[in-house]
Design a protein around this ligand. Sequence first.
Ligand code: ATP
Ligand code: MG
Length: 414
Amino acid sequence: MKVLYRLQKEGFEAYLVGGCVRDLLLGREPKDFDVSTNADPEQVKKVFRNCRLIGRRFRLAHVYFGREVIEVATFRGGGEAENDKQVLNNEGRLLRDNVYGTIEEDVWRRDFTVNALYYNIKDFSVVDYVNGMADHKAATLRLIGDPETRFREDPVRMLRAVRFAVKLGFKLDPDCEKSMHDNAELLSSIPAARLYDEVLKLFLSGNALQTFEMLRHYGLFQVLFPATESSLALEENGFPRLLLIKALENSDSRIADGKTVTAYFLLAAFLWEPVQIRAKEKIAKGLFESVAYQDAANEVIAVQIKITALPRHITMAMREVWSLQPKFNVCTGSKPSRLITHPRFRAGYDFLLLRAATGSADPELAKWWGKYQDAGENEQRKMTQPSRKSQSKSGRKRVYRKKISDDKTGTDQG
Ligand code: ATP
Ligand code: MG
């Protein structure tokens, strides 16, 4: 309200626009607030002390209130890409868009009709040029203009379609749906950093499972995670789909309980099976198990970061979660007491639980580690003493080997 009134006082038009209007009309709390104005970014900067200009593709003003940011965008104009302020690539993708205009022009730049409603602070009305209110009432996501053209301009709109459909419980207009089936591949031309941001929005929003199913339905998931998609094609008895689904479900229920979720844990689950598959191929070619798993992890991550630029701290954490898995197989001696002090132990253990719940690890082993964590020091010592049976010739070692090959886990023990 401060931003809107301030702009108005300085003689500019000011509207709330986009997701916040859409969400307020549904009685939902908006995630963020976007403001649209006829003031250009330099003028916005002069109005607010607490303001920074950002962006190249879209030049925007950010107005700060403590930790909150209000995004203030100048109306976009210019229907045709005829000057250097608006640039399309040869697939029709909009690379730069800094032609300013009026609200009547701005409206056509928006993606969905329900995202193109403007709340006018001057008279508290909702301005609607594209029949967005009717679509909003009918819970329909309809692209403004020709879907094919709009998806070519910016293929990320396909991911946005899925995200909004899931988040709002809206259905996609049939033309939009058809165009998504046809154009999913276009997504591969999007810079990896932007796709990573979108992946986070898609999967950390509390509806990850439904999002996953819908992305797969439209052929979008295979562009984002091709190795995961092909591992799903090889599935037997519902596995590894089960592990993924369980990971997504866990993540959703954590968010529902107000707990935090980490991107690396889900990503580790996404790429777990691809790593297993590659490692097994390498072992079959004669590589040591530990080397095979390391190389497989390197290769799978190298392919994935070209598509979605996973930051280094994320890939490091994923590797740690993976490399902890074989270490859980050792339940005797001093190793367990060292393992539980590992900074990533909790995540590693949660991953073991996930595997145990979906058939890729021994549930008894997971139970043992649960008990071990809760036990007192004396009890822990007792638990890690080799039993007499295991010291016999038919001993423990052989049992481990079997376990390792049974549960499809690599080992760092070499
Ligand atoms: P969210 O609830 O995720 O914030 P939102 O609709 O507000 O949803 P934003 O990314 O915050 O999404 O964008 C604000 C508005 O800017 C959108 O509602 C839409 O009108 C416009 N917009 C954003 N991204 C695009 C895009 N890729 N193509 C066209 N319009 C877009
Ligand atoms: Mg928004």
